[in-house]
Design a binder for this molecule. Structure first.
Ligand SMILES: *Cc1c(COP(=O)(O)O)cnc(C)c1O
Length: 424
């Protein structure tokens, strides 16, 4: 989005060049209206069914974003005691929080039981431990069984989570016996089946396939006299990062068309009614946020390198998943592309490449780069590697700006380090 006559990129009604004059770089910027619209897109797409949307906190755990989503009626999918605390602090009701994870400690289980949230159980081992904790706490804990549905989502192998080789979930063939065990264990209330098949999925047929498989299990349990309250089909809907993907990326409405007919037909066949739960992360926050970064140097070498002040310390997706993010020169938004550039970060690793071989307007030191669609698995995967404090985050809304996370300082790098007395 641009304003007439300006050569600057506008985001959420704000001139980003002015924005960094106040807040510095690197800077994550989230558009509140986009966030609300994305969440509402899901609600509307699934409004004909009894559906709860549990936002996957790991995609972006900023408290203000979580508060906005809580205000839109979101539940939360959390993967640790920390994410649970974030969701509770944001005001997400505990009955709409599902504690996930394949490796929960005793404290995690206790925290979940004490907080009265639901737990997605990933193994028989964990099920028994949870029953023991709940019994000690004299509470009944509501659980879902995490199913490994053995569905191939046809995505990058590092983000496929529902293959039979995956570390997540109970193997398909073992689900019924584990459910039967759950029914027998004290202080356990089995109420759902859960799966999550992967991330950045653009091919909707895999969601239909997963729904079929999950409903097959629901049917078998029903035959065995075990009735459930919900089926959670996880998250994973992809978004358009490249231009090509933008044209084919499915909408929540299309996701609903892939899931609901299967889900509803099976419920009808079995004569039962279940709540549907979804756990989108990326498709809620991905496109809401940009990362702004200053150009420190342009170097003409084997390639034209643009060295910016944000690297994989702040956005690891390009390095970890070969992910593509569109890059703009935010202070030259109307200038014609002139050359191929490779945009690299400041980290002391040759793999620290944010964007390869992109046509950009002529880039100079001091220019401002905007990295688009950085809202999911951006800040939440950031680190202090190479002695770099994490950056600030701001929220923009119709031209209004609010700081939602302060920039870390060098002091933050040192804060928890202890030097034994004999070295002082
Ligand atoms: C990561 C994750 C999600 C969210 O996935 P997206 O691809 O961001 O939608 C949902 N559920 C579980 C269990 C997850 O691990």
């Amino acid at each position: 989005m641009t304003k007439e006559g300006s050569n600057h990129f506008f985001f959420g009604g704000v001139d980003v060049v002015e924005l960094v004059e106040s807040y510095g770089t690197p800077l994550y910027v989230t558009d509140e209206n986009k966030l609300r619209a994305n969440f509402r897109g899901y609600k509307e797409a699934f409004e004909t069914a009894d559906t709860d949307i549990y936002y996957a906190v790991k995609a972006n755990g900023n408290l203000t974003l979580l508060k906005i989503l809580a205000n839109e009626d979101a539940g939360a999918d959390v993967f640790s005691a920390g994410e649970l605390e974030l969701a509770k602090t944001a005001g997400i009701p505990t009955e709409k929080i599902l504690f996930n994870g394949n490796s929960k400690s005793e404290e995690d289980l206790r925290d979940a039981v004490e907080s009265d949230v639901k737990v997605s159980v990933d193994s028989l081992d964990e099920l028994k431990a949870l029953s023991a904790v709940a019994t000690e706490e004299r509470k009944e804990v509501e659980i879902a069984i995490r199913v490994n549905p053995d569905v191939s989502p046809r995505v990058h192998p590092k983000i496929a989570t529902g293959l039979k080789e995956s570390k997540f979930g109970i193997p398909f063939y073992a689900v019924i016996p584990v459910c039967e065990e759950a029914k027998k264990l004290p202080n356990i209330a089995l109420s759902g089946l859960h799966c999550h098949i992967g991330s950045q999925i653009l091919d909707l047929s895999v969601f239909s396939e997963a729904t079929e498989k999950m409903m097959l299990l629901v049917g078998k349990l029903h035959e065995n006299g075990i009735e459930l309250e919900f089926v959670d089909l996880g998250g994973g809907l992809g978004i358009g990062y490249t231009q090509e993907e933008k044209e084919i990326a499915p909408t929540p409405k299309e996701l609903a068309e892939a899931i609901l007919p299967v889900f509803e037909k099976k419920m009808h066949d079995f004569g039962i009614n279940l709540k549907l739960v979804l756990e989108p992360g990326r498709s809620i926050v991905g496109a809401t946020t940009i990362l702004l970064s200053r150009v420190n140097a342009v170097k003409r070498a084997h390639k034209n390198f643009v060295a910016i002040d944000a690297g994989f310390n702040l956005l690891i997706r390009p390095v970890m998943y070969d992910a593509y993010h569109e890059v703009l020169v935010a202070n030259k938004i109307n200038e014609r592309d002139s050359e191929l550039y490779t945009v690299v970060g400041p980290i002391c690793e040759s793999g620290d490449v944010i964007a390869k071989d992109r046509m950009l307007p002529e880039v100079e030191r001091g220019d401002l780069v905007a990295i688009l669609d950085a809202g999911a698995y951006g800040f939440s995967m950031s680190s202090q590697y190479n002695g770099r404090p994490r950056c600030a985050e701001v929220l923009v809304c119709d031209g209004q700006v609010d700081l939602i996370r302060s920039r870390e300082s060098i002091e933050d790098l040192i804060r928890n380090q202890k030097i034994p007395a004999r070295f002082i």
